[in-house]
Design a protein around this ligand. Structure first.
Ligand code: HEC
Ligand code: HEC
Length: 373
């Protein structure tokens, strides 16, 4: 009697454990895809996924921690894998809720997902890229594979299919090596995205501070902080006014950058770090407006930045940049041969060494992770 009760209890416990794991998979993978935006800056998943700041996450469910070959993990991650840590619904939930609490010294520089739904959903999303993971009971296998193939990998979703595909473009048979072909219009357009200080090259579009705030919280704040204050050692994007003449000036968009066009161009070309060129032109306008707001250059949350008012915005430090007029200096203007030998009467004196100046801070093991190696 006692024995059968024990067995009953054990079976009950087992059932709860399995249904817990099953539950996580039955969560909403589509909602998880949205949550994954927070991860996409550092992790790729799907066909052809490569290691970025963090390892690629295909087949992560059932994988030993620290198990992607060719990715340079932190020591604690390798040790955890060696100690038998396997990524499954429960361990992932623990790690992703608070990475540094779960694994002291992990180099995943991510604050953690605070909402249980987000956790379960993102794990369900990862499960759709994991062969070993059991699909949710009500989800037929066929649908799962279909979902997989629909999920864009990397930037392929960004570039619209060009009218002529590069592989179909005409390759000349002339010349000795038969090399090269004329660049396609689409290829030039995709490459020619620079924006100049006078606004030349700006795409049509618009976005408000409030819209930028939302995108920033989702895709930028993990590194740059909610208010551009910079997490860990990631760059600071706001503040620093009045520090330019200090020993350690804080050079930000607000304190240092001369032209707003650089902000637009830089963000559009490179950010979010690890997932460059994934933002739409309107999103970049909104983010640029939000960065202006963080720097108190605009103060109205409803302010809308667009290609038509872009040139009206001036950054505070613009006047301190001067045109390079070296060619007008007598030395250049006279077109004299520059002095290359014994140019000063006294022997040269070393006044400071870079090591003493300490321009490059030491990196502490397991600190401020996410550096590219
Ligand atoms: C700022 C960059 C960054 C962000 C954002 C980030 N990660 Fe990571 N992640 C890393 C790095 C770096 C590692 C390697 C950690 C180590 O070696 O200690 C890692 C490791 C992992 C691992 C362990 C993989 C393995 O092979 O053992 C998982 C799982 C993971 N991340 C999932 C996520 C998920 C899911 C999110 C979003 C909710 C996320 N990460 C957000 C950088 C990031
Ligand atoms: C995974 C971390 C990460 C994420 C996410 C990220 N950035 Fe960055 N950001 C960086 C790093 C690293 C640099 C510096 C790159 C360099 O100097 O080569 C940088 C630089 C910048 C700069 C230039 C700062 C300066 O003063 O030099 C701006 C502006 C910027 N990011 C905006 C954004 C925006 C907007 C987003 C969101 C769409 C974003 N970043 C998302 C890591 C990140």
């Amino acid at each position: 009697m006692l024995k059968s009760l024990k067995v009953g209890l054990f079976a009950g416990a087992l059932a709860t454990a399995t249904s817990l794991a099953g539950n996580a998979l039955a969560q909403d993978a589509a909602a998880g895809e949205k949550v994954f935006k927070k991860c996409a800056a550092c992790h790729a998943v799907g066909e052809g996924a490569k290691n970025k700041v963090g390892p690629q996450l295909n087949n992560v469910i059932g994988r030993t921690a620290g198990g992607v070959e060719g990715y340079k993990y932190s020591k604690p991650m390798i040790e955890a894998g060696g100690g038998g840590l396997i990524w499954e619904a429960e361990t992932l939930a623990g790690y992703l809720a608070n990475p540094r609490k779960f694994m002291k010294g992990t180099k995943m520089s991510f604050a953690g997902l605070k909402k249980e739904d987000d956790l379960a959903n993102v794990i369900a999303y990862l499960a759709t890229f994991s062969e070993g993971a059991e699909p949710a009971a009500e989800e037929p296998k066929a649908e799962e594979t279909e979902q997989k193939s629909e999920t864009p990998s990397g930037n392929s979703s960004v570039a619209a299919a060009p009218a002529t595909l590069a592989k179909d473009a005409e390759v000349p048979s002339h010349g000795i090596f038969h090399l090269g072909r004329v660049a396609l219009e689409e290829e030039i357009t995709a490459w020619d995205i620079d924006v100049r200080p006078d606004g030349a090259g700006l795409p049509k579009g618009k976005g408000t501070v409030a819209q930028g705030d939302e995108i920033f919280a989702e895709q930028c704040a993990v590194c740059h902080g909610d208010f551009g204050e910079g997490k860990d050692r990631w760059p600071v994007l706001a503040g620093g006014q009045d520090t330019l003449t200090k020993e350690r000036p804080e050079k930000t968009v607000g304190s240092y950058w001369p032209y707003l066009s650089t902000v637009y161009d830089y963000v559009r070309r490179t950010m979010p770090f690890g997932n460059a060129r994934s933002l739409s032109d309107d999103e970049v306008y909104a983010l640029t407006a939000y960065i202006l707001y963080l720097n108190d250059v605009v103060t109205d949350e409803e302010f809308e930045l667009s290609d038509s008012n872009f040139n009206e915005v001036r950054l505070p430090n613009e006047a301190n940049f001067i045109v390079d007029n070296r060619t007008e200096e007598t030395h250049y203007a006279d077109k004299k041969e520059p002095c290359m030998k014994d140019c000063i009467a006294e022997p040269a004196k070393v006044t400071m060494r870079a090591a003493v100046l300490d321009v490059t801070p030491d990196s502490e093991e397991g600190e401020g992770g996410g550096s590219i190696e």
